[in-house]
Design a protein around this ligand. Sequence first.
Ligand SMILES: *Cc1c(COP(=O)(O)O)cnc(C)c1O
Length: 396
Amino acid sequence: MSRELEGYYGSYGGRFVPEELVDALDEVKALYNELKDDANFLEELDYYFNQYVGRPSPLYFAKQLTKEVGGAKIYLKREDLNHTGAHKINNTVGQVLLAKRLGKKRVIAETGAGQHGVATATACALFNMDCIIYMGEEDTRRQELNVFRMKLLGAEVVSVKDGNRTLKEAVDAALKDLIENYESTYYMLGSAVGPDPYPAIVKTFQSIIGREAKEQILESEGRLPDYLVACVGGGSNAIGLFSPFYDDKEVKMIGVEPAGKGLETGMHAATLNCGQPGILHGFKSYLLQDDEGNPLPVYSISAGLDYPGVGPEHSFYKDIKRATYATITDQEALDAFFALSHIEGIIPALESAHAVAHAIKLAKDLPEDKIIIVNLSGRGDKDVNQVLEFIEENGK
Ligand SMILES: *Cc1c(COP(=O)(O)O)cnc(C)c1O
């Protein structure tokens, strides 16, 4: 077996989990390996991508933005136009189909900001699955509206009251549930992270982004792009765009991490830029950690990017230099949030605004015949309250 089949990307990935979880992971892995090339399964997935998610998403030439910036052509892959407003639904629809084939009736997930919880609850409603979302009590308070959305969609939201009452405790509670109930229960992970086989599964479902983008750019420009740009939290929208271009060596890939209030302040979540290899949540990857290997507190203006780890395949891409990883501060992301809203009439998610901000910097210094594809991973409707508060506190 190749290392990728074993769940390794170079020396990253793998499975660092309690013995009790091995059977559950093996069961998922065996079915995934069987279904990933199964015509029947892929046809079903395609049906829901088209009819429910609204795929293919457009590859939109941002003509006004390109003109304003002056330089390379900027294209936007419009994942913001998907049902529920982001790329996350590609993964949850795919994994629920997998759960269904495994004969599971119950799906569990953890969520921090609530975006993955909402995408999971949506897919579970569609396929009539029982859905239990674990969320730290602190997060349920901060994300009241997302809790309500999940409940509207039929999910049960379990407020976790241990420890700091945030994402880490929610993960622990979900894993405990899985250990106790794995025969009836499927664990739905939200990004290209976690123990083998999850990084591979999430990549497979998100790679529809890159496959479509490739076809679309060949149609509109007759050639491949020069650059791909995507924000990196756990890394799923980025690996979804990047991986279908892996063998196209002339296409450069840039992941964009959140520099928060500035790398020098320590208030950021730039894992690949500032971390060291370590183990968290069952897999090995770059990690923001203290001297004892404990994850450091992380911060970003965008809740979807503040994770101290990163998907193992990005760690591998970084080491072999297949991709580079830049950083964008809160302020730069906000500037791009306003710019894209004004100039193109598209309000981006704050996560996606990090990618847009970097693309703007990059395009400026490139000749007009170069092409950049930016993954617009989600829409900003969810963020307008937060941005308004931020302006009121800090001025613009
Ligand atoms: C969750 C989220 C992200 C970050 O997750 P990745 O796994 O890194 O893609 C980025 N953009 C949006 C809109 C999100 O909701």
